[in-house]
Design a protein around this ligand. Structure first.
Ligand code: IVH
Length: 666
């Protein structure tokens, strides 16, 4: 055997051993034998570089260093899948496909929590690897991809050209071992398998990527027709026959029942797997059907990703910053390394007050667990003490306002600190946001972000400026992200808000301790703002439902000259300051709440219920959204019920509804 033949033999022995070890999980060579052959191959390749083969396992050790990532355009875009979170959404997906005249079978697969990659083989040799990037153009990561031992450098069959796609990931054990080493070296720990995989694949030096022991599952063949393949299941089997690592946990199912069984099975097995999964991917099996279902701009219409309900996720608390609310209240907020929880990216979480942070013993730099409490508010559960490196920084409450530097005060032994400066700019933003909010003046289109933008650009500095925004119509139109339509809409909403009944204004101007309920009581009792302003403290205190705290807040507010200036300006502008009696009746369960009714209520018609809600100043609407307050569920409810459960909305059954309606004076 000559040198060239020996090199070829060694490459084949080592690649076969690699395949048996990393893909079949069935090693045939001992580590010592493997190392002996590898060393022999390295020596020969050094001496005879002209004989080095493109699929030589020596390629895997890394060493290639690039100075920047070049771009690779995907010939077929790399799309992501629409996420679904419950059984109903899976049923909806199936129904939609059936409505289009298909009778589909599905393949269920595990949704691997890593990052997707595209891999090209030419003449059976792995020639390039790319990240998904923006779906159209990704980054060339060939040098790192070659270090992934489970990705064959040469396919087991002769294939001229093929692209395959899959998920690059890092195993749970690998992460553990890596972090153990990093801890010893005093390096920051990698937080989860996904982030670690993403960080590793974006290394310029492939030696580092090689040390990270990345892995890969292949799950997609973008050009099945090139190989005469008719179903996704066939594509998976075909790719496996080429020596590619296809996850064995895939199953052809006939119906929803099969899908749900697969989900249930793997939700239970999830913890025991050696890699992270975050759900199950459901794909139409028949490729001709897939083709006919086609794509939306972002996703294929033939597949969905069911996401397991998020438990808690871990992330790093990178900082604690302080915000100033509209009453001057200072709130510490957790700044988190972005992490995805139930489909949204969490970057911030409120830490409420100093005591809360101290009780949890949080330090800056801690790894913390995050949970979504209720509908949307993320919550920091606890610091993972065992993950501390010693470099964490103790939390320290501030003593001056982060915005205007005024010394903070505490009120009557309360836990909260306040900035006492009435003119503090931060207070003004919050004041403006509150004024425009749904329960106050209800100016649609002027949400938090928009108000913040306009405040920062000095279009609005104080409440009356909102009514002057029309003056800047042209300037606004030049701003990025503000189209003519949205500007016209919010200008109209601003105009409409002038006709609101007094209670909205009273609540909106942000008098301390005046919530929407108190505002309504005051508006009803005194009819106009002028009347209310004239009432003295003593008389106010005497009123039932008001009490000394509210009375004092009102007096303090109306005795402040700056506030009177604001009120006078609003009056000049034409903002209504009279109680219009729009919400004739008040009931704390109904007034100002948004309702959705689903299913049938036996005791009364939907119209009758809606009329009562309306009379009591509530709103009935047709779809369950974030802003819905209560969902009334009758017999045979629709998908709105599932949505209500998912969004953790308050649910009233018929009994509860009748109990409340019976207590009303209708
Ligand atoms: S199929 C057009 N299958 O989840 C088909 N994706 O948004 C595209 N993923 O971007 C992907 N496991 O990064 C598919 N078995 C699997 C998957 C999977 C994980 C990832 C992939 C994709 C995202 C879905």
């Amino acid at each position: 055997m000559n040198i060239q033949e020996r090199i070829k033999e060694l490459v084949d022995i080592l690649n076969k051993a690699n395949y048996e070890y990393y893909e079949l999980d069935n090693p045939t060579l001992t580590d010592q034998e493997f190392d002996k052959y590898l060393r022999e191959l390295e020596t020969l390749e050094k001496e005879y570089p002209e004989y080095k083969l493109p699929d030589s396992p020596t390629e895997r050790v890394g060493g290639e260093v690039i100075d920047k990532f070049s771009k690779i355009t995907h010939s077929i875009p790399m799309l992501s899948l629409p996420d679904v979170f419950n059984e109903q959404e899976i049923i909806d997906f199936d129904n939609r496909i059936r409505k289009e005249g298909f009778n589909p079978e599905y393949v269920c697969e595990l949704k691997i929590d890593g990052l997707s990659g595209s891999f090209h083989y030419h003449d059976s040799i792995l020639i390039s690897g790319a990240t998904r990037g923006n779906g159209r153009v990704g980054e060339d990561i060939t040098h790192n991809v070659k270090t992934i031992k489970s990705l064959p450098l040469k396919l087991h069959k002769d294939i001229k050209d093929i692209e395959v796609r899959g998920e690059i990931y890092l195993g749970k054990k690998t992460l553990e071992e890596l972090n153990k080493k990093r801890k010893e070296q005093n390096l920051p720990l990698l937080q989860n398998c996904r982030n670690a995989a993403a960080g590793s694949i974006r290394q310029l030096d492939s030696k580092i990527a090689a040390e990270r022991n990345l892995d890969c599952w292949i799950y997609h063949l973008p050009n099945p027709e090139d190989f005469g393949i008719k179903t996704h299941k066939e594509a998976l089997d075909f790719m496996a026959s080429l020596g590619l690592k296809v996850n064995p946990a895939n199953r052809l199912v006939k119906d929803i029942k099969g899908i749900l069984e697969f989900i249930e099975e793997y939700a239970a097995k999830r913890k025991a797997l050696s890699y992270d999964i975050d759900g199950v991917v459901i794909k139409v099996n028949d490729l001709a059907t897939q083709k006919r279902l086609g794509f939306t701009a972002k996703h294929p219409r033939w597949a969905i990703a069911y996401k397991f309900p998020a438990e808690e996720v871990l992330t790093k608390l990178t900082d604690i910053i302080f915000t100033v609310g509209r009453t001057g209240k200072i709130t510490p907020n957790a700044v988190l390394e972005p992490v995805i929880l139930m489909g949204s990216t969490i970057r911030r979480a409120t830490l409420h007050n100093e005591d809360y942070v101290l009780e949890k013993g949080l330090k800056i730099g801690d790894i913390v667990s995050i949970r979504k409490a209720g509908d949307v508010i993320p919550e920091v559960v606890e610091a993972k003490i065992e993950r501390r490196t010693g470099n964490e920084i103790d939390f320290k409450m501030i003593d001056t306002c982060p915005i205007c530097n005024t010394k903070l005060i505490k009120k009557d032994e309360q836990v909260d600190y306040y900035c006492p400066n009435n003119m503090c700019p931060a207070r003004n933003i919050e004041k403006l946001i509150h004024f425009c909010s749904r329960k106050a003046m209800d100016i649609e289109g002027l949400g938090e972000k928009v108000v913040e933008d306009f405040f920062n650009m000095h279009f609005i500095n104080d409440i009356p400026d909102i009514y002057d925004l029309g003056k800047y119509q042209k300037d606004l139109m030049e701003l990025e992200g503000y189209g003519k339509k949205s500007i016209d809409n919010f200008l109209q909403a601003i105009e409409n808000s002038k006709n609101n009944s007094l209670e909205r204004l009273l609540f909106g101007i942000g008098i301390e301790n005046i919530g929407e309920k108190t505002a309504l009581i005051l508006a009803k009792k005194y009819s106009t703002l002028d009347n209310l302003m004239l009432v003295d403290l003593e008389e106010l205190q005497k009123q039932k439902d008001i009490g000394p705290i509210i009375a004092k807040s009102l007096r303090d507010y109306f005795d402040n000259e700056d506030n009177i200036k604001v009120i006078n300006k609003l009056k000049e502008i034409g903002v209504n300051m009279t109680y219009l009696g729009a919400a004739e009746k008040y009931n704390e369960n109904i007034t100002n709440k948004k309702f959705v009714i689903t299913g049938s209520i036996s005791a009364m018609s939907r119209d009758e219920i809606e009329k009562i809600i309306d009379n009591y100043g509530g709103h009935a609407s047709s779809s369950v959204t974030k802003s819905t307050d209560v969902v009334i569920v009758g017999d045979k409810p629709g998908s709105k019920y599932d949505k209500a459960v998912e969004l953790k909305k308050e649910i009233w059954n018929e009994e509860k509804l009748m109990e409340i309606l019976n207590s009303l004076d209708i």
